[in-house]
Design a binder for this molecule. Structure first.
Ligand SMILES: Cc1cc2nc3c(=O)[nH]c(=O)nc-3n(C[C@H](O)[C@H](O)[C@H](O)COP(=O)(O)O)c2cc1C
Length: 358
């Protein structure tokens, strides 16, 4: 290969590898990928080719630098001497420098490997570490974890609907576990109030009245999760937003009205939020768990929402209904819909439930 061809090949290689490294780096950053296919190697290849390119043009560069230095000295005119012309072909020295540059780039990549997972910016991982016993250090001791708040949330003056006693059908647990699926296509027509009653009982119903223990487990029996239901189509209930009053197995109407469009918008356009007969909205009153469990509270709260969500899934399946968890929603929109102050109580988890084809 003639020297000129080699130079063109090096320039083309630099452009290709550099562009790939740049674009893949930008895409990885944009979508939060910790790795991008061959990104690192494209960077090394580009760096090696740059060094090779400099080596191939070292005389020209050197000549230019010398001329520049003399030119910039006051009183000295630019050199009249001709710029040395590079010899055609790649000489042994050039080849050696190129090979060494490639090797150097490779070794540099080994010595300074790219960071694997950018954990430092990941608040979730930082929180997980911080919430380990001793993880918060002295800072944890100095934080004010507050006092125990009321265990239940009252809605004084809200219209109350006492729910029918839940009579869950005798069902085969193992069959239900096997049959549970996320169902997003719902049939029209009202949901019987008895079904909603059974679903609420499964979610958070009091199963041991003496101690107030509920259907889903709770760290320290502190029960930070509140259950709301956006009712779209339930026999005997006006459409609107309801709060589940656990102790009385009753619903309190927070707001009447058709919430379908608002919920679909809050759920980033997921149509099932409007086509399901009901949508459960699980919120947390953080302080209920925080005062006791401190830095571990947030972990427990999320775990508890998961327990309740699974109970709703299984109860829906047992009733011949379909359910689907929804984690993708606009928090502020949902919190506004509920009318809660998100620094104290915030939506964590939505679950649609509706009638489905057998
Ligand atoms: C925390 C969580 C959030 C989810 N968020 C959504 C969601 O926003 N939209 C959706 O259609 N499905 C959502 N799902 C349902 C999952 O897509 C579903 O569970 C998964 O595809 C497995 O299917 P299966 O539930 O039928 O076993 C979510 C599930 C979980 C556990």
């Amino acid at each position: 290969m003639g020297r000129r061809h080699l130079e063109y090949a090096v320039i083309a290689g630099m452009l290709l590898s550099g562009t790939y490294a740049l674009v893949s780096g930008m895409l990885a950053h944009l979508f939060g990928f910790p790795q991008f296919f061959l990104h690192r190697w494209a960077g090394y290849v580009c760096a090696a080719l740059v060094v090779l390119h400099l080596a191939l043009h070292r005389k020209r560069i050197w000549g230019y630098l010398l001329a520049f230095r003399q030119h910039s000295r006051p009183g000295i005119s630019p050199p009249a001497a001709p710029v040395p012309q590079p010899r055609p072909g790649l000489d042994r020295r050039g080849f050696l420098i190129g090979a060494l540059a490639g090797l150097g780039g490779f070794l540099l990549g080994r010595v300074f490997p790219a960071p694997q997972t950018p954990t430092e910016g990941d608040m979730g991982l930082q929180y997980h570490r911080w919430s380990m016993p001793g993880g918060s250090g002295l800072a944890g001791l100095r934080l004010d974890w507050g006092l125990r708040p009321p265990a239940t949330k009252p809605y004084p003056g809200a219209p109350r609907i006492v729910l029918p006693s839940p009579h869950p059908p005798g069902a085969d647990l193992w069959g239900i576990i096997a049959a549970r699926r996320s169902r997003r296509e719902y049939l029209s027509g009202p949901l019987p109030l008895e079904d909603l009653s059974a679903l609420l009982y499964a979610a958070q119903g009091v199963t041991e009245p003496r101690w107030g223990f509920r259907a889903a487990p709770s760290a320290g029996a502190l029960y930070p999760i509140e259950t709301y239901v956006a009712v779209h189509d339930v026999a005997g209930l006006d459409p609107g937003l309801y709060h589940y009053a656990v102790a009385d197995h009753a619903l309190e109407r927070v707001r009447a009205g058709d919430l379908r469009a608002a919920l679909v918008a809050a759920g980033v356009g997921q149509e099932m939020l409007g086509t399901a007969q009901v949508c459960f909205i699980l919120t947390a009153i953080f302080q209920r768990t925080r005062w006791r469990y401190r830095e571990r509270a947030y972990r427990y709260i999320l775990l508890e929402a998961g327990h309740i969500g699974q109970n709703i899934y299984l109860a829906a399946t047992g009733l011949g209904l379909g359910a689907c968890a929804v984690g993708a929603f606009l928090d502020d929109r949902v919190n506004d819909l509920l009318g809660v102050d998100s620094s104290e109580e915030a939506a964590l988890y939505l679950l649609t439930v509706g009638r489905v084809a057998a």
